[in-house]
Structures are given as structure tokens and as C-alpha cells.
Design a protein around this ligand. Structure first.
Ligand code: MLT
Length: 410
């Protein structure tokens, strides 16, 4: 008889974004004339940078010629992409990460879930709350948690609230944890971590033998020079951290799919037999077995984002979305809404007005303004009473949304 992975049965609701899409589609069916503006999922709207599409066209042409055709590529990614990443994302910032510590993939969502393949059962896992739901759900799937309570919090997970009460800076866990997920700039709150905060985490991890899984998918949106872009800017992080990065939001690759994970060679864990095991080698083994690399065309496109022309065009995209974030922030502040984030991150985090619950505010916005955002409680119990807006949209939609907020909020 076939057995299923019964951990999946602990996941009560659907994944957050499909659940929102389901509700919006029910609303649209009932209100076919409503022009709904979506500021929910952080999905890019602007076309790819011209340097990127030109490189992808050339790559397609290469594949149509026997002499320049490519079949399987290296599972870890092509050097033509790993090298400019090491150069521009790390060396240029004085950070020591070599090209062969960079593993190219088809997305950070997959990588943050897949990394659990190389970690053992029974790790005590800490997450900030609210949090990107993938970290929680993937730990539920592998059996690192018990069942969820009424508030949706899973037994055996350590939740570290980040709210206005602690200025969105989580306290270090009071009981030791083995694995810590950190995401900065933060999804969903749009807040950032200072060097000091990250140093505290690295010190904690080294003292407690923990591993930090650092999601830096939004680092390109940092404008404040004092804020670290990488966990590897912090002393000691190479011994205790793995970093995830993505081309989804800065280069506009949500549909194209390309990302990378950095696993330093120093990073090792003691196996139950007492042997020191390199996580770099384990991840390499995992990727070589389960992954055949991101597509050649996509990697060529990603590499073009590091050319001079590409970098300038990516900068233009980031500036465009961050202007949206500023407009949302300022517009909502002028309506008296409590607004956080949106300065070094493309997400604006609101305190819901009139003491509404996150989902009640979602309903009010949809009904009164035909606007969609993401209920804070969908990111965790401590997100209740908050709401996330994504700055990834056209300027026209952001401006129209701000007008509509006046009737829904004011
Ligand atoms: C989000 O809206 O939180 C992101 O788009 C989700 C993701 O990157 O997977």
C-alpha cells in the first residue's frame, strides 16, 4: 500500500498566494466589471532589461546552430555567470565569496525549501514571525514540526515575533535552536537589519552551533549604505551561514527563473559519527543528483545583468519600483495609516486601520477599492493587524490605487 508524506496533512490552508488568488477570482466572477488592482504577491510588471533579452536572443541563436549548441550544463551553473556574481555582488563590496561557492538554480523559493534535503531530522528551527511562508511550510513537510494551533503556529517551531513593539528586531531565541531563517531586507515587513543585529545573530549561531539560512532575495533594493547586503559582510558568517539570492525581483525574473545559493567552503557540521562534514560538498552532491542546472538561455540572460549596460538597466528597474514604494508609503501616511518598510525594500507594511483584522481589511479593500494586498496574518500570527503592499506594479496602477485607498481607508 502506498504511504503518503503525512506531514502534508498538517498544512491546513492552501499556500498563501494561491489562496488570495482564489478569493480574488471569486470576487471578480461576482463583480465582472470591477477593475481589480493587485498589490498582493510581489510579482514584477516591467519588461526585462534590454541587455538581458538581447543576450537571451543570442543564446537561443547559439542553440540553433550545431557548432554553438549546448546540451547539459554544469549542475552548479556556468562560470560565465558564477564569476560576475562573485565579482560584482561580493568582491566589489569587499566580501570574500568565490565563484565555486555559488550554486546557480531556478529560484530561491526552491532553494530555501530544498536546503532541508541536506539537514537532518529533528532540528529545532527558528523563524521570525511574520515570515515568508515557504520556510514554515517546508519544515512542516519534512516533519520538523508538530501540528498547528488555532493561531496557525506549529508545535516545535520557535517563533520570534517582529512587530512595532520590538521595532521589527527579533530577540535572540531564549532556548537554543539549530537552524535560523533570516530574511533581509525583510519579506513581508520591508524592514532591514543593521550590521549590529546581524553580528548578534552570527555570534549567537557560532556560540550555539546553529546554522543561519539567510535569504537576501531583496538586497538589491537597499539604498542605505550602512545596511549589509550579504550575511558574509559579517565577521564569522562563513562558518555558520548559507545565503540565498534571486534575480526575480531586481532583474524581473519571476517568470524567467534564476537564483543562486552561496555555501562557503568553511561551513561544516559534525555528523553523528563525529566526522566534520562540509555543507558545500553535501549541497553539491544534492544538486548534482536532483538538478540539471538552470537553462543556458536563462543563465546567459542573468549574466548580461552584470554588464555595464545591464547594471544600469537593472538600476533603472529598482529605482522605478522603489519610487512606487515611496508613493505608497507617503500616500498612506498622509491618510494617517501606520506605515513601515518600503525604504530599503519593495514591500510596504501597514498597521490595519480601525483595528480591523488583516483579513477584514483585505475584504474591505477588495470590496470598497477593488484593491488586493496581502493580509499580515497570512505570514504568521504576529502579522495579525498588519497588511502588506507590494511596490511591484505599473506607475499607473500605483497612482490609481492611492486614489482608491482614500475611499477604503479614509
Ligand atoms: C511574495 O510576494 O512574498 C513573493 O513574491 C513570493 C516569492 O518570491 O516567492
Amino acid at each position: 500500500m502506498v504511504r503518503i508524506n503525512e506531514n502534508f496533512l498538517k498544512l491546513k490552508a492552501g499556500y498563501l498566494f494561491p489562496e488570495i488568488a482564489r478569493r480574488v477570482s471569486a470576487f471578480a466572477d461576482a463583480n465582472p466589471d470591477a477593475d481589480v488592482i493587485k498589490l498582493g504577491i510581489g510579482d514584477v510588471t516591467e519588461p526585462l532589461p534590454a541587455a538581458v533579452t538581447a543576450a537571451m536572443h543570442t543564446a537561443v541563436d547559439e542553440l540553433s546552430d550545431r557548432d554553438s549548441f549546448h546540451g547539459y550544463g554544469p549542475e552548479q551553473g556556468y562560470a560565465f555567470l558564477r564569476e560576475p556574481i562573485a565579482e560584482h555582488d561580493y568582491k566589489a563590496r569587499g566580501v570574500n565569496v568565490s565563484a565555486d561557492e555559488i550554486f546557480i538554480s531556478d529560484g530561491s523559493k526552491c532553494d530555501t525549501g530544498n536546503i532541508l534535503d541536506i539537514l537532518g531530522e529533528g532540528n529545532r528551527v527558528a523563524i521570525t514571525d511574520p515570515v515568508y511562508p515557504v520556510y514554515v511550510d517546508t519544515n512542516v513537510m519534512v516533519g520538523n514540526t508538530g501540528t498547528a494551533n488555532e493561531a496557525g503556529q506549529f508545535a516545535n517551531l520557535t517563533y520570534l515575533p517582529v512587530t512595532e513593539a520590538n521595532n521589527f528586531v527579533a530577540d535572540l531565541p531564549s532556548d537554543p535552536v539549530d537552524v535560523i531563517y533570516l530574511c533581509y531586507p525583510n519579506n513581508p515587513t520591508g524592514t532591514v537589519a543593521t550590521r549590529e543585529t546581524l553580528q548578534n545573530w552570527v555570534n549567537y549561531a557560532r556560540e550555539n552551533g546553529s546554522l543561519i539560512l539567510f535569504d537576501a532575495a531583496y538586497e538589491a533594493f537597499i539604498s542605505d549604505d550602512s545596511i549589509p547586503h550579504s550575511i558574509f559582510e559579517i565577521d564569522g558568517a562563513r562558518e555558520c551561514a548559507i545565503e540565498f539570492r534571486s534575480f526575480s525581483k531586481n532583474v524581473g525574473f519571476t517568470g524567467v527563473r534564476c537564483a543562486f545559493t552561496v555555501v562557503p567552503k568553511e561551513l561544516s557540521v559534525t555528523a553523528s559519527c563525529g566526522t566534520e562534514v562540509s555543507l558545500h560538498q553535501l549541497w553539491n552532491r544534492r544538486q548534482s543528483t536532483k538538478f540539471n542546472g538552470a537553462s543556458y538561455v536563462v543563465q546567459k540572460g542573468a549574466a548580461a545583468a552584470y554588464t555595464e549596460e545591464g547594471r544600469e538597466q537593472v538600476r533603472g528597474l529598482i529605482d522605478f519600483y522603489m519610487t512606487n514604494a515611496r508613493l505608497l508609503r507617503e500616500g498612506l501616511e498622509s491618510l494617517g495609516v501606520r506605515v513601515f518598510g518600503g525604504v530599503n525594500a519593495p514591500y510596504v507594511w501597514l498597521g490595519t486601520p480601525d483595528g480591523l483584522s488583516s483579513w477584514d481589511f483585505f475584504d474591505r479593500l477588495l470590496e470598497k477599492g477593488h484593491l488586493v494586498g496581502t493580509p499580515g496574518s497570512g505570514f504568521g500570527a504576529a502579522g495579525e493587524g498588519y497588511f502588506r503592499l507590494s511596490a511591484f506594479n505599473s506607475r499607473k496602477n500605483v497612482e490609481a490605487a492611492l486614489e482608491r485607498f482614500k475611499s477604503a481607508v479614509g
